[in-house]
Structure formats: structure tokens, C-alpha cells
Design a protein around this ligand. Structure first.
Ligand code: SF4
Ligand code: SF4
Length: 126
């Protein structure tokens, strides 16, 4: 099944735009900032994060859970159309198409979902 996602290693540039425009993506990270006027003062900011960007799954000790783009694409698509629904009973993706419109590499989320469906039908009909 991983072979289905391999094309994205060559196509996707991991910019994260598809996540940043998605109305159902809510992942964030933290940034600590020091004020240059007084370095002992600062603030902790909550900023957007993206599961498509390299480093999103880095963990303590140097581990990388999804180092390849194809792995990140697989995670994103399955999270939107499978995992979330399995957990909550609700469909996550609302089909707005913003991710398709904004991708600089013309990668279509809906096409990737259709490919996933075809692959699953192939497996189930074998
Ligand atoms: S089509 Fe789905 S995955 Fe794409 S931006 Fe809209 S809700 Fe998000
Ligand atoms: S917007 Fe396109 S190129 Fe950027 S991370 Fe998403 S799929 Fe990859």
C-alpha cells in the first residue's frame, strides 16, 4: 500500500500550505520568544504546525516518525478520511477543496482520496 504514496516523494515540497488553509486542521506548536529590549522577558506563542512539514514528528533522542514525504502524505490522507471517522464517527474533511487550490505543486487531495479508494477496492476484490 505504501507504493500508492511514493509518487509524493517526488512531487510534494513539504510546504504545509494544504494544512494551513484547511478548516479542519488544528495542529499547533509553541515558540518561545525573548524581547530584545530585555532578554529575561518574553512570551510563549502558539503557532500553526503542519503534519506535511519535515520535523513535525521529530521526537526526543533524534527519532523521526515520518521522515519521508510519502509517509506524511499517507498519514494526512488517512487521518482525514479514515482515522478521525473511526474515532469520532464524524467525517473530518468537508470537501471544500482549499488544499487543492493552494498547492504549488498542483497536488490534488481529492485525487489522492480517489486513488486510495481504487486501491482499497482492488484489495477487497482480490
Ligand atoms: S478539502 Fe478537506 S482536507 Fe482539503 S482543505 Fe478542505 S477540509 Fe481540508
Ligand atoms: S500544499 Fe502541496 S506541496 Fe505543499 S505540503 Fe501540501 S501537498 Fe505538499
Amino acid at each position: 500500500m505504501q507504493i500508492l504514496w511514493n509518487e509524493y516523494d517526488a512531487r510534494c515540497i513539504s510546504c504545509g500550505r494544504c494544512n494551513f488553509v484547511c478548516p479542519t486542521c488544528t495542529c499547533y506548536t509553541m515558540q518561545d520568544m525573548r524581547y530584545k529590549e530585555k532578554l529575561s522577558n518574553g512570551e510563549r506563542r502558539r503557532v500553526w504546525a503542519s503534519c506535511m512539514i519535515a520535523g513535525f514528528t521529530d521526537v526526543a533522542g533524534g527519532g523521526k516518525e515520518r521522515p519521508k514525504v510519502s509517509q506524511r502524505m499517507r498519514f494526512k490522507v488517512l487521518h482525514k478520511v479514515y482515522d478521525y471517522k473511526k474515532r469520532t464517527g464524524q467525517q473530518m474533511c468537508i470537501g471544500c477543496g482549499r488544499c487543492d487550490d493552494v498547492c504549488p505543486e498542483y497536488i490534488s487531495f481529492s485525487t489522492s482520496v480517489n486513488k486510495l479508494q481504487s486501491a482499497m477496492e482492488e484489495i477487497l476484490n482480490d
